[in-house]
Design a protein around this ligand. Structure first.
Ligand code: AHG
Ligand code: MN
Ligand code: MN
Length: 312
């Protein structure tokens, strides 16, 4: 009811939104279980232990207690859903077989940007959903993707291939609709550049100069989810974590960071490229496959590809 503090005109909750759009019941189940999982993750972030877990993940990165805890929470809810066959998690070295009869398989980064929690910056959960038993698939096989952003507000953004829709968690920890069919302008005035500047290649350097000359402003938090969310919800701009002289594949992981975000941004009319080809068309070489990324307003992404093609 408009006017009551913290409510939205819609007050339409996530489950009703999915039901009204006649989404597959099992897919609705998975998305709602992920929403439920986020309640436990946000509680852990706000009250949990920030230290290290004394273990490391596939990339040799020290796992924070929150990374491991978030992974456990998501695994538990996916198992409980009864409709998930397999899971590929950033925090687990191999694919987890959950339910041989499951209709969907999931890839996720349970807590992206976890090293930012101790300085109270926004972090998020990123999920890609495939139909069937093969989570190590190209992004063009995704049937849905979503992220949950644990910021000043807790928001959930999803798409099942029919537009991108944003929800916010209310006082009862339910997600209510904020806006439907988010759309991106063809070009923007925000850019979010990851990676060390002195490792940028000539093409990327020239692209940044082009963006600055056209008046783009730098917006970078170091958290992939809030940085992408800013470009998506503002409806304009570009995020990049490019190929670097000392890291030709960049840093971000194709399966559970780039593909879900590329699915969402394309659904909002944007584009996502590794500088040479569409992210969603890249065949994953393995669970730890990394790729450079230029993602956001499609004219800005196309311009990045031109600079990379001409100058490397
Ligand atoms: P994760 O915390 O899951 O390892 O991901 C962190 C990523 C991503 O959030 C962000 O875009 C990138 O790390 C930032 O990297 P830099 O610190 O090199 O800028
Ligand atoms: Mn991550
Ligand atoms: Mn992570």
């Amino acid at each position: 009811m408009i006017g009551e503090a913290g409510t939205t005109p819609f007050q339409k909750d996530l489950r009703r939104h999915l039901r009204e759009r006649d989404e597959d019941r099992d897919l609705t189940r998975v998305i709602c279980e992920l929403a439920t999982a986020s309640r436990y993750v946000i509680h852990s972030i706000r009250t949990g232990e920030l230290g290290v877990a004394g273990t490391s993940n596939l990339y040799g990165e020290t796992q924070l207690a929150l990374d491991v805890l978030s992974d456990r929470i998501l695994q538990k809810r996916m198992k409980y859903s009864g409709v998930v066959a397999k899971i590929a998690s950033e925090e687990i070295d191999e694919v987890i077989c959950v339910n041989p009869d499951g209709k969907y398989s999931i890839v996720y980064d349970p807590l992206d940007g976890s090293s930012l929690v101790d300085v109270n910056l926004a972090v998020g959960t990123i999920v890609g959903i495939y139909e069937g038993q093969e989570p190590l698939s190209a992004g063009n096989k995704l049937v849905a993707a979503l992220y949950i952003l644990y910021g000043p507000r807790c928001t959930l953004v999803y798409s099942t291939g029919n537009g991108v829709h944003e929800f916010a968690m209310n006082a009862l920890m339910e997600y209510t609709l904020v806006q439907e069919n988010v759309q991106m302008a063809p070009s923007g005035t925000i850019y979010s550049p990851g990676g060390q500047r002195n490792q940028y290649t000539p093409g990327v350097e020239k692209f940044v100069s082009y963006l600055e000359e056209k008046g783009s402003k730098l917006r970078y938090s170091g958290g992939f989810v809030p940085d992408i969310n800013q470009v998506l919800i503002k409806g304009q701009g570009l995020f990049m974590y490019p190929h670097l002289k000392n890291a030709p594949r960049g840093k971000l992981r194709l399966l559970y960071e780039l593909n879900p975000m590329a699915f969402l941004i394309e659904q909002a009319g944007g584009a996502a490229s590794n500088g040479r080809q569409r992210i969603l068309d890249i065949e994953p070489e393995g669970i730890d496959h990394r790729e450079p990324i230029f993602i956001g307003s499609k004219e800005d992404v196309a311009r990045a590809e031109k600079f990379v093609a001409e100058f490397g």
